[in-house]
Design a protein around this ligand. Structure first.
Ligand code: 5GP
Length: 175
């Protein structure tokens, strides 16, 4: 079997720089308000870890397990909650941290779900957005990068559970 290589699209330095900027913006916007980051598992775990450390507002982190793709690269349109939040978010300022907004179906579903739990505010921070793939318009209050329609891996993003530990974002190619 050929070993696949990952062709870089966004370098680790570019990501670090952008995550710092997002953290500064979020810190400015929230000030001293207590913030709850909801890390959407699994793909957002690396982004959340870096983002949390670049935010100066007091915060706690919650994890929400979601499965929207099987082993393939096409959205099924079905969003399954595989792990729920550990506590109530009623009356709290919530920032959903998502790795990538592709069709928008996952975020649309999560916004609907979390709204029913009556947070004080509900915003979205996404590292990547593929606007050409949009099926449902969703608000992205903080966005890292807009990318073309390529299936990307690395920095937490997988392909059949591989490549999450690649430190940059890139496209898998057979070598
Ligand atoms: P959506 O519901 O917006 O179509 O898809 C969101 C989810 O699909 C993301 O959280 C991510 O798990 C997965 N996804 C979408 N595009 C990509 C991609 O290019 N690479 C990887 N690894 N996952 C993706």
């Amino acid at each position: 079997m050929n070993e696949a290589t990952v062709r870089p699209m966004i370098t680790a330095d570019q990501i670090a720089q952008r995550v710092r900027e997002l953290g500064e913006q979020i810190s400015k916007d929230y000030g001293d308000r207590r913030l709850v980051l909801i890390c959407v598992l699994k793909g957002s775990f690396v982004f959340t870890a870096d983002l949390a450390r670049s935010i100066t507002a007091p915060l706690r982190v919650e994890f929400l397990g979601v499965r929207s793709y099987g082993e393939g690269t096409q959205s099924s349109g079905i969003v399954q909650i595989t792990q729920d939040l550990s506590r109530s978010i009623e009356g709290e300022d919530i920032l959903i941290v998502e790795d990538i907004v592709d069709t928008g179906l996952t975020i649309a579903h999560l916004l609907d779900l979390l709204r029913t739990r009556k947070p004080a505010s509900l915003k979205v921070c996404a590292l990547l957005h593929k606007p050409s793939r949009t099926r449902v318009e969703v608000p992205i209050h903080y966005l890292g990068f807009t990318i073309e329609d390529k299936f990307v891996v690395g920095y937490g993003l997988d392909w059949a559970e591989r490549y999450r530990n690649v430190p940059f974002i890139g496209v898998v190619e057979a070598s």
